[in-house]
Design a protein around this ligand. Structure first.
Ligand code: DQA
Length: 148
């Protein structure tokens, strides 16, 4: 049997600064730790992870267009684009695969502008407020969905 298509792990703007940026909100783990955690979790199920973090919205849109037909599903922390980007939601539907949305912090306990997500209506599930462990849970859920 051929191996499953990889999981696309997307992290939006400023998440390159994880560990440095507002550690009281986002904790001390780095983006590297997050990618390692997602990769190790996916490997338990025989899935690979392709990871992209970018501060440039167009780069994420291009990656989603290029991923069509090449991935099993998407784990995404859209960061601030969660609350702003219609272009991102238009691109997220292009690969036609399940999406799990992750937020490290509990966005619902923060400023009201963080309470609305353009991405959530597209997502099979949303995880918020579990710290970086949320990425592990997101991968486990996604693998369950795409293995059905
Ligand atoms: C975030 C929450 C967003 O509101 C914020 O803009 C981020 C990170 C989170 O992981 O908690 O950059 O997505």
């Amino acid at each position: 049997m051929s191996p499953p298509l990889p999981i696309l792990l997307l992290n939006g703007p400023n998440l390159n600064l994880l560990g440095l940026r507002q550690p009281d909100v986002y904790g001390s783990a780095t983006l590297h730790d997050v990618v390692d955690l997602a990769t190790a979790t996916a490997a338990e199920y025989g899935f690979e992870v392709q990871s992209l973090q970018t501060n440039h919205e167009g780069e994420m849109l291009d990656a989603l267009a290029a991923a069509r037909g090449k991935i099993s599903g998407i784990v995404i922390n859209p960061a601030a684009w969660t609350h702003t980007s219609i272009a991102l939601i238009d691109a997220l539907v292009v690969p036609e695969v399940p999406i799990v949305e992750v937020h490290i912090s509990n966005v619902h306990a923060r400023e009201s502008f963080r309470h609305h997500s353009y991405v959530s209506p597209l997502a099979a599930g949303v995880i918020a407020g579990f710290g970086v462990r949320g990425y592990e849970y997101a991968v486990r859920h996604l693998v369950t969905l795409v293995s059905q």
